[in-house]
Design a protein around this ligand. Structure first.
Ligand SMILES: Nc1nc2c(ncn2[C@@H]2O[C@H](COP(=O)(O)OP(=O)(O)OP(=O)(O)O)[C@@H](O)[C@H]2O)c(=O)[nH]1
Ligand SMILES: [Zn+2]
Length: 335
């Protein structure tokens, strides 16, 4: 199935249809990934890599004016699937939090979200005070909050915890789920529809990526083993990404809120520690892990210690990062 066979599949709706007339003849696309003001954008014609127009950069007033994941932007195409962003279309909802540090600046996490899933695990992660803060964040965003209590398989007092969450939720639906046992997941089909956008927020290790994987039915998001001693996560999700899932709409995983890292080469290496350390055992120092002899990565895949899809996702991010870094260097040289 072609995911890009129409803007509706990407979340385009009557609201955007109405405001879009003033941007003609530009085309429209939706930001799926952002890194240092370079953007991956989904359009009805496929994915493009986009940068900001000079005029846009010049007129930007605050951080919030920059495109964020989930934004609809007005673009013009350049050569081979590269585009220039001229405008951000007004957002109908936006998820933000205070930036780290004392500046108190707002940091935009994602925009144009219909459902905001607040994910909290039914173990040590369960904390009503934190849930309250997430609810505030949800209400401020303009999206519809839904509380997902994950890892129900680990919980022996399920009814009690669900009731206590309901007691502070004031009508926000509360659903216990287990990605492990695949229970409760079917309840989410009420929210996940073609063209709807859903974001997942919650502590690191709460099970957001695992849940998204269960919904997609593949190992799309990487998940991390929780440290045994304190059941905290290892911050596996290091970047925000909008993904289009057939019949379930658009899903945005967000990094655990304790550590909202930006996506850079360091966090890429950090998130793929396993691959980085395997690669150091390859026979050739500059092994490309293709058909080279004595390649430790291919061996790990053969032996089932590494999935090919994980290597693929690593490669994709690495290529994008290389492209971005080359671009940054070029820009720096011009100055
Ligand atoms: N028992 C049980 N474990 C689960 C369930 N869902 C996730 N886990 C485990 O919890 C750990 C953390 O899950 P993730 O999906 O990586 O958590 P996350 O919320 O995406 O974490 P960040 O990416 O760091 O924000 C993994 O080891 C999962 O296997 C569940 O339903 N039951
Ligand atoms: Zn190799």
């Amino acid at each position: 199935m072609n995911l890009f066979n129409g803007k509706q599949h990407l979340g385009w709706n009557d609201y955007f249809e109405e405001i879009s007339v003033s941007y003609q003849p530009l085309i429209f696309g939706r930001i799926s990934l952002e890194h240092k003001h370079l953007y991956r954008v989904m359009t009805a014609h496929g994915e493009v890599l986009a940068s900001l127009s000079g005029k846009f950069r010049f007129e930007v007033y605050s951080e919030e004016d920059y495109p964020a994941v989930g934004d609809w932007v007005a673009l013009s195409m350049r050569e081979e699937m590269k585009a220039t962003i001229h405008h951000v279309l007004p957002r109908f909802s936006k998820l933000s939090r205070k930036a780290a540090g004392t500046s108190g600046r707002e940091q935009l996490i994602a925009s144009n979200i219909n459902n905001l899933f607040i994910v909290m695990a039914l173990n040590h992660d369960f904390n009503l005070r934190r849930l309250e803060r997430y609810l505030v964040m949800a209400w401020e965003s303009g999206a519809n909050p839904v509380i997902l209590l994950t890892k129900s398989d680990l919980c022996s007092k399920l009814n009690e915890l669900v009731s206590s969450a309901e007691s502070i939720a004031f009508g926000v639906p509360v659903h216990p789920v287990s990605a492990l046992e695949r229970s409760g997941i079917e309840q989410l089909s009420t929210y996940l529809k073609e063209g709807s956008t859903s974001a997942f927020v919650g502590s690191s290790g709460a099970g957001k990526s695992t849940l998204i994987n269960a919904l997609i039915g593949t190992e799309r998001q990487q998940t991390g083993e929780v440290r045994a001693d304190d059941s905290r996560g290892r911050h596996t999700t290091t970047y925000r990404e909008l993904i289009a899932v057939p019949k379930k709409g658009l899903l945005i995983d967000t990094p655990g809120m304790r550590e909202l890292q930006l996506w850079d080469s360091e966090s890429l290496q950090h998130s793929f520690e396993d691959i980085e350390s395997l690669a150091s055992a390859c026979y050739f120092r500059d092994c490309g892990h293709q058909n080279e002899p004595k390649c430790a990565i291919n061996q790990a895949i053969e032996e089932g210690n590494l999935t090919a899809s994980r290597l693929q996702s690593y490669r994709k991010l690495q290529r994008e990062l290389a492209y971005i870094e080359k671009k940054e260097r070029k820009k720096a040289n011009k100055k």
